[in-house]
Structures are given as structure tokens and as C-alpha cells.
Design a protein around this ligand. Sequence first.
Ligand SMILES: [Zn+2]
Length: 260
Amino acid sequence: MREIALVYLDRSGGLQKFVQDCRKYNGITQIFCHIDKYWSTTCYFYLGCFFASPDSKQSYAVYRFTISINPSDIAELDAALGNYILHHPIQAAQIFQSVCFIAIKTLSLIEQLQTEAQISILLKPTHLPPLPSYILSLSEFPLNYTSQRFYMAEGIAIAMGTVTKYTQGARFLCSEETCPFSEGFRYIRVHLPGATESATVRNDFVCCLCSSPLQEDMKFRVLGDKQIVEMIDAKVLTALKGYSNDQSHFRIQTYTVFLR
Ligand SMILES: [Zn+2]
């Protein structure tokens, strides 16, 4: 399926975008916004970029790429891959992870990159098939909690939190100095959709070779934006309008959505 994924990336323009995204990791290492205050009323904002010289490139635990997927196009190219993306997106992302790693290494796009585990791929479908099985309504039972795949859900946002940071990726090292895994990129932890943040960063991981505790190398931590939205099913509007549709009992419950 890797070859098909590569053909798709090439045809859809995804490969070109991916190469551009790699340049971001190479060219601009730091964007800073500096605020200076003069007197009490005037503020000066400086926005600037540092362009790195080849030997001072910043290394990260994880390099994240978003790949836009048109399900109809990919299913036409290869039905099996299209189906895999729609129904097993996390596993399908691993195919793209592998393809992107080979592309980076072959074309020398990111020199600092060491292992395939450092690539994090987010597949974003442009749309989903307009079929009932792709629509998620939390007011309907039974809910299929076990399937981790793409759904469309419609609701009303009733509250939103501020944008905060979460750990997208981290590098851990073995705390035992003589252990070969006390250096290198053996322990890379990446946040996966649906996982809690403690699954990425915690202090009870142990080395698989010598059972010593692992320590995070904070210099490599990659942060992403997170926002929490409180949603409610769109059907609530019917209830608020004041007419009951034959059902004498109903319950209105909100649910929390994590945007990452
Ligand atoms: Zn060890």
C-alpha cells in the first residue's frame, strides 16, 4: 500500500506540500514576537524570524505533518487503501509515516531526523461518504465506542475554552548512563488521537533493555495547541422550541470535544 500512498501524494499535490512543510523545519527555527514598552501608552511590537545556519538547526522529538485526503480520489485509485483510511485511520497514518520517512531520507529534506518514529502524520479527510454509518449522533444508541474512525457529528457549541498547550511529542532517554538507550531516539512518544496526555508524558516509563527509569529530554519536547469545546446535539433545538415529539421523557446532555 506504500507505493499507492506515494502515487496518491504525488498526484494530489500532497507531496509538494509535504516538501514545503519540511522546509519549515529547516529554514526558520524560531519566530519571535517581542514587545517593548515605552512610556506608558506606546507599545512597539517586533516580529522577526531567525534563519538558521546549517549547523545550528533545531532538532525536535517529533516532526508533525498534516496530509489532506480526498476519500473519493483515493478509493478510485485503490479501494483497499481508501477503505483502510476511512476505517482504520491511525493504522493508515503509519503507511504515510513510512512513505514520508523514506521521502525525507531519500531527498535529504530534514537532516536532523533520525528515526521513523519521529514522524507524526495527521490524515485529514476533505469529506466523508454521505452515508448514515459515517454520521455520529450521540443521542442514538447503541454507541460504538470501540471503533476509532472518522465520523461526522453535528452539534451546537455552547462553550469554548481558551487555546492551551499540550505535548504532541517527547523524547525519553534511559537514566542509566552505560545503557545504549541513554542516547539516540529509541524512546519517542507521540500523542495519538483519542489518547490522554498522560499516555505521552509520564514519569513511570522504564527502559526495555535495563529496566531503569526513563527521563524526558525536555529540549526536544514538541507542543501543540488544544482547545476544549462543550457541544450539545442539534436536536436540542427542537426541545427548546417547546414541542415534544411524543416522547414524554428526554434528557439533554452536553459532551466535550477536544480540538487538537
Ligand atoms: Zn536502559
